[in-house]
Design a protein around this ligand. Structure first.
Ligand SMILES: Nc1nc2c(ncn2[C@@H]2O[C@H](COP(=O)(O)OP(=O)(O)OP(=O)(O)O)[C@@H](O)[C@H]2O)c(=O)[nH]1
Ligand SMILES: [Mg+2]
Length: 458
């Protein structure tokens, strides 16, 4: 019976994909980039009563063809469901949902009238199934490890650990490793080293504001907590020269991690993506300084290399899926006054310049914009002795108090280290404004929807 149901479900998906009635949206971004907030707001805009929503740049909406959307209650029972309702409630009560610790999915059924032609005359409505997956951003950084072997991963890791913002913590760990007996591959030694390495990764994140942290499962193990698969750490480059028991054990663990953790993760969540949104928190990186901004750029470049981009025909959608549209979005634009949004978009484009030059993107449509999934601030103007100044008002996340400020200017190109030596960026973190029962206020989510799904709703 279960096999028959699965078969029915799969053949329905197959038919929907043939007729473009099914779209899988990949929401990509490092930890803290704003994926969960983005998905929650997207679901909110698409499922709220049409009369209460503001989506002026979303063509089915503005052409009064959008009839509404609902969450598919028949979603595969074995798939963890994205906690949309509790996330929305938290946001409406003025709190951010917690950082994601495991994966979940949501399917939406969107109904709309056809834009014209025979379909508009023959059918009352059409529908599109939109699937979205959420997962911890930490896991994304495992993808580049698929194209490295253990030795090259160690070399790469130690190059990173020597960067100025990490060097002090890195040196402490290097000193510990240098004293190791490389022929002791006992369980006790491996576990002790792994514990030390995961502490180092936590410190890199909290003290150095580093974002390129591998393997992601050491930070957020999910269902793999306590398994030998996670006994993984980079030996020093000098320790790779000679064969040793510890080296060969770690090499084996690395291969198992690639096979049993990263490959299934990629196949499950990313292999069938049609369209992708890449969320980037440029403002936190600017706050953290030059080295962190550079590291963010490097991390984005590595991640984007893990995806297949290109045009799609119907046969390719079925048998050799590729991403045909990518939206690069600078998130949290409500932390800036509106005249700075242009600069934020330009900065994002500069950050992505290297990956975008890659020929693989030439056949895939891409766009860059600054957006905000949940607008937390109000824009205003103040009179100062120098004249009228733009400003923002919002609830400061660190104090819970309402503040009014000019958050500062965003450089429109990659800033030099010299700029950071003389200037400290301090873009504010806000809490959502409490707004019981209301649709979440957003910035350019309608433009994002138009780019990502508009052409599938004609
Ligand atoms: N001002 C503002 N802040 C935002 C917005 N979206 C997210 N944030 C902030 O960014 C934090 C992280 O957002 P999440 O949506 O949890 O990020 P994530 O990508 O899901 O992160 P992980 O679950 O750790 O992978 C939130 O707790 C907020 O502080 C936004 O639209 N505006
Ligand atoms: Mg999340």
């Amino acid at each position: 019976m279960q096999i028959w149901q699965e078969f029915q479900q799969q053949s329905q998906q197959f038919t929907k994909r043939v007729f473009n009635r099914h779209l899988r949206l990949g929401v990509t971004g490092l930890s803290g980039a704003g994926k969960t907030a983005f998905i929650t707001s997207l679901v909110n805009q698409l499922t709220a009563p049409v009369a209460s929503v503001q989506l002026p740049f979303f063509s089915p909406f503005i052409q009064q063809r959008y009839l509404g959307g609902r969450i598919d209650s028949l979603q595969n029972m074995q798939t963890p469901r994205f906690p949309y309702e509790s996330n929305l409630l938290q946001l409406q009560q003025g709190q951010w949902p917690a950082s994601t610790s495991s994966w979940s999915q949501l399917s939406l059924n969107l109904r709309y009238k056809a834009a014209g032609g025979l379909a508009a005359q023959l059918t009352d409505y059409r529908s599109l199934q939109l699937d979205v997956v959420d997962y911890p951003g930490e896991w994304l950084l495992d993808l580049p490890m698929l194209s490295q072997d253990y030795q090259s991963w160690c070399q790469f890791s130690w190059q990173l650990f020597e960067k100025p913002h990490r060097a002090e913590l890195g040196a402490e760990f290097a000193a510990d490793l240098a004293q190791l007996d490389l022929n002791d591959d006992s369980e006790q030694q491996l576990q002790q080293l792994t514990n030390k390495y995961s502490e180092l990764l936590q410190k890199f994140r909290s003290e150095s504001h580093a974002c390129l942290l591998q393997p992601g499962r050491l930070l957020l193990p999910g269902e793999l907590a306590g398994t030998p698969l996670l006994q993984l750490l980079p030996l020093l480059p000098s320790q790779l020269q000679q064969p040793s028991k510890l080296l060969s054990r770690l090499q084996q663990h690395y291969i198992s991690y690639q096979k049993l953790v990263i490959t299934p993760f990629y196949q499950r969540y990313f292999a069938g993506i049609d369209h992708q949104v890449v969320l980037v928190d440029c403002l936190s990186a600017l706050n953290a300084g030059y080295d962190v901004l550079q590291e963010l750029q490097q991390a984005l470049m590595l991640i984007l290399q893990s995806f297949q981009y290109g045009p799609t025909g119907w046969w390719r959608r079925l048998f050799k899926p590729r991403i045909s549209k990518v939206l690069f979005a600078a998130s949290k634009a409500d932390q800036l006054t509106p005249e700075q949004h242009k600069n934020l978009t330009l900065l994002l484009q500069q950050l992505l310049q290297q990956p975008l030059q890659d020929s693989r993107y030439q056949y895939c449509q891409s766009e860059a914009m600054a957006l905000s999934a949940v607008v937390c601030s109000e824009f205003g103007q103040v009179q100062t002795p120098e004249g009228t100044q733009p400003c923002l008002r919002g609830i400061a996340a660190h104090s819970g108090e309402t503040i009014t400020l000019f958050p500062g200017e965003v450089p429109w190109s990659m800033p030099s280290p010299l700029l950071f030596a003389h200037h400290q960026f301090a873009f504010p973190a806000f809490l959502p404004r409490p707004m019981p029962q209301q649709v979440l206020p957003h910035l350019r989510l309608d433009q994002a929807l138009e780019f990502l799904i508009g052409d599938h709703m004609t």
